[in-house]
Design a binder for this molecule. Structure first.
Ligand code: HOZ
Length: 431
């Protein structure tokens, strides 16, 4: 495959951008080789600067639920830009967006728009601290909540991919206020809570983890956390930046029947534009300025173009339940196909899948937490990644990421992914 233009761009980028990329995972360091630079995308396909076509499994890390360059969203953006790009003042669409989010996610009574998932999680933690008057938080090993200081302790996604789950630059004070527990380990959470009575403001997690690869909550885990939080007056925050409006209309919380106190949302509610939001119980959200004393602000928050894109997508999801049926079917078809191929080839790697999210882990052990995810054969994943890329399938370039499907995937695309998968496994294992 010719990627000479991408190579040249990457070479140049490294002179001007740290590591040549604006977000570390993109640099392909976990899988080796040179990243492909994307020029455009439509439906299930992305095209690189050398005009190679790929079926895409990143979907901008979640938001392209309807596939790339969806025409309804394009039109909404085209209409919105006629009226300028930013006002720094309230708009009608922000109210419509808040009303729609509240109607789709029942645990959210009030919501504040921000510009990214990172801003959403940082702000949610601040509000939880302001509400409880406590300092500490609990997060889970391998969960990633953006790059806010409090979360770069035992963090997943790029932080683990690049070996810096505890980033330099985070002060000892902040690190001391972040307690970590293994995912799916209720007893460990209880022990932390018992050892820090009346000191824990919030417990935050991805209800389905996407950032150590796709890892599901075991039966009763989320409900157990809810109970502990209720008993101890801890604010339960579900980070649904990647699962919100994807695993169900009301997100993972609907799917697993769990009611958080606060929810963080991200890129999905902008249809791919830079957006985030946090929301939840009115009594907590009323602490946010100017209703209350916890300060949080942003010139671009509720940006009119992003609101136009996000509103159009959310309305579509709200009005078309068949989207979720299709995502479930596509996820199942892929998972069944992967399992059939592995059986045929005598392989027993672990496939974690739920709805339109999945990760194939190169380990034979069940992956239920961070240590079991890290037991995967990472060099083998790198080979698999490139074997798939060579066959026109563009995956997240790290073992510690989830893949995301869109409704633009038709049976022929799923078949192509399955064929590429089987051929790639044969190639990398010399079968
Ligand atoms: N949370 C996103 C997926 N793991 C991160 C994307 C990125 O780091 O660029």
């Amino acid at each position: 495959m010719n990627i000479s233009t991408s190579r040249a761009l990457f070479e140049k980028a490294q002179h001007f951008i740290p590591g040549g990329v604006n977000s570390p995972v993109r640099a392909f360091r976990a899988v080796g080789g040179s990243p492909v630079f994307i020029k455009s995308a439509k439906g299930p396909y992305v095209y690189d600067e050398d005009d190679n076509e790929y079926i895409e499994l990143i979907n901008s890390w979640g938001p392209m639920i309807l596939g790339h360059a969806n025409e309804l969203i394009q039109k909404a953006v085209a209409d919105a830009i006629q009226h300028s790009f930013s006002f720094g003042a309230p708009t009608r669409r922000e109210v419509e967006m808040a009303e729609l989010i509240v109607s789709m996610v029942p645990s959210i009574e009030k919501v504040r728009m921000v510009n990214s998932g990172t801003e959403a999680t940082m702000s949610a933690i601040r509000v939880a601290r302001g509400f409880t008057g406590r300092d500490k938080i609990i997060k889970f090993e391998g969960c990633y909540h953006g790059h806010g200081d409090s979360f770069l302790i035992a963090a997943g996604s790029g932080a683990v991919t690049f070996g810096t789950p505890d980033s330099p630059g985070v002060t000892k004070g902040v690190a001391n206020d972040t307690l970590t527990a293994p995912f799916n380990d209720l007893q460990a959470v209880q022990t932390l809570v018992d050892a820090n009575k009346n000191a824990i403001a919030a417990l935050i997690l991805e209800p389905v983890v996407g950032n150590m690869g796709c890892v599901l909550p075991e039966d009763g885990f989320l409900q157990g956390l809810r109970k502990i939080c209720d008993e101890e007056g801890i604010v339960l925050i579900l980070d649904e930046v990647m699962t919100g409006f994807r695993l169900a209309k009301g997100g993972a919380q609907e799917r697993f029947n769990i009611t958080p106190d606060l929810t963080t949302l991200g890129k999905i509610i902008g249809g791919g534009m830079p957006v985030g939001a946090y929301g939840g119980r009115a009594d907590i959200m009323n602490k946010v300025s100017p209703a209350g004393p916890v300060y949080q602000a942003g010139t671009l928050s509720g940006n009119p173009i992003a609101m136009a894109a996000g509103l159009t997508m959310l309305h579509y999801l709200n009005d078309h339940p068949e989207v979720y049926t299709q995502l479930e079917e596509s996820g199942s078809k892929l998972a069944n196909g992967f399992r059939n191929s592995m059986q045929k080839l005598g392989l027993n790697y672990t496939l974690n899948q739920i709805g339109s999210m999945y990760t194939l882990f190169f380990t034979e052990q069940p992956v239920t937490d961070f240590p079991s995810a890290k037991a995967s054969d990472l060099p083998l994943f790198g080979k698999y990644f490139h074997a798939m890329l060579d066959r026109g399938i563009y995956m997240g370039p790290s073992q510690f990421e989830s893949m995301f499907l869109s409704t633009a995937l038709e049976d022929k695309h799923i078949q192509k992914i399955l064929t590429a998968n089987e051929e790639s496994l044969k190639q990398i294992l010399s079968l």
